[in-house]
Design a protein around this ligand. Sequence first.
Ligand SMILES: [Zn+2]
Length: 418
Amino acid sequence: MKLLILLSVLAASAIASQKRYDGYQLFQVTPKDAASYDALARLSDSEIYDFWTDLRTIGHSTDIMVPPAYVSLFVDLMYAYSMEYRVKMVDVQTVLDMARDEQVAVPRVGSPRYSVTWDNYYDFNAITAFINEIAAAHPDKVTVSSIGKTFENRDMPLVKISTGGTGKKAIVVDGGIHAREWISPAFVTWLINELVENYAAHPQYVDNVDWYIMPVINPDGYQFTHDTNGDRLWRKNRKPNAGIGGIPCIGTDMNRNFGFHWNEGGSSANGCSDTFHGGAAFSEIESQNVRDAILAVAGQAEMYLTFHSYGQYWLTPWGYTSTLPSDYTQLYTLAVSAVNKLTAVYGTQYTIGSSTNVLYVASGGSDDWAKGGAGIPFSYTVEMRDEGTFGFQLPARQILPNNEEVWEGVKVMAESLF
Ligand SMILES: [Zn+2]
C-alpha cells in the first residue's frame, strides 16, 4: 500500500512538471475577407498565438490556441474584423489530461513481440528499440542505419526495407518532423511492421519497390513531447536560437527549413515563433541529415511521402507558390485514387490539392524540396486524422483505424510505381 501511494505521488509529480495549458483555449476562426485574413496572417508570426492548423484561404477555418491572458483581446479582434469563431476547447489542459489518462489506461494484451504496439503512443527510445528488434527478426528484408546525430546527440534512424535485386524504384517515407503530431510516428512504425511482418499477405509491396523509411526525423522535439519535464504541444526541434529582442528562444520549424524557395512566405523570421524558418536554408543538423539521406537515394526514388497531422489533407507541391507543378494532373489524379480507397474503409474524408491552394503559402517544406530540390517526382504531404475534435491528442483508440485507412492510400501510391 505504501509503495502504491509512493508510486502515485511520484507519477503525480512527474505529470505536474510538464508544461501546463490551464485556461488555454482553442479557437476555430474563419476569415471572411482580405482584411481579416491579413490580421490572422500577422498573428501567425507571433509566438503568442499557436496555430494548430496552417492558415487556410479566405472562407476556410483555422484552429488557433490562445493563452488565457490574451483571450479577451483575441475575442475583441474577432469582433473588430467581423470574423466567425467558435471555441473548440475551453481548456486545453483538460484535453491533455484526458488523452494521457486514456493512454495510461490502455491494457497491454498478451506479450507483444516488439517494444511498440499500436494501441498506444510510444517515445523515441521505444521506437528505436522496435526498429532494431524488427531488423534483427527480419535480416533478409530490413536494414537499419543512422543518417546522423541530432542537436541533442540522438541517432536518426533510417529503415530500408528491400528484398534485394537492382533497378527497383524506391519510396521515401518520413514522420515526426513536427514533434506534437504523435499519430505520424505511430503510423510510420505501423507501416514498417505491415510491410515486413505481413509480407506474406501482400509481397508485391516489398518485392516491387524499395522503401527508405525515417519514422521520426525530429527526435529531440518528439522526445521532449514525451518527457516528464517537457511540453506535449512542442512542434519544432530543440536547438536554441537568437530569438527576438535579445531574448533567446528554442527551436526551428524543420518543415520551413528545407532549401527550395526557402523563406518565400508562410514562415517566420521570429525565433520564438512556431514557424521559425531558421537562420538559413538547411541551418538545422536534422534537416541536413534528412537532405543527405534523401539525396543518397534520389536517383532511385520516385516517391516521397511525409506524414503529419492534423486536418485530413492529401497535399501535393507546391507550398511556396500557388502556381501548380507542370505534372500536377498526374499528382492530383493519383492522390484522388489513393483517397478514394482511404475513404472506402471508414468514410473518413480527405481534401486533395496543392498545399498553397488548399491551405496557404508555406515555404521551406520538405515536400517542395523533395520534388524541386531532390527531383523526386511524386511528392506528397499527408495530414492525417482528425479535423480538430482532438487535434494532436488523437485518442490512442484511433491509431489503428487511422493506420488501416491511410495504408489503403499508400498501397495505391506504391502500386503506381510497379
Ligand atoms: Zn506537421
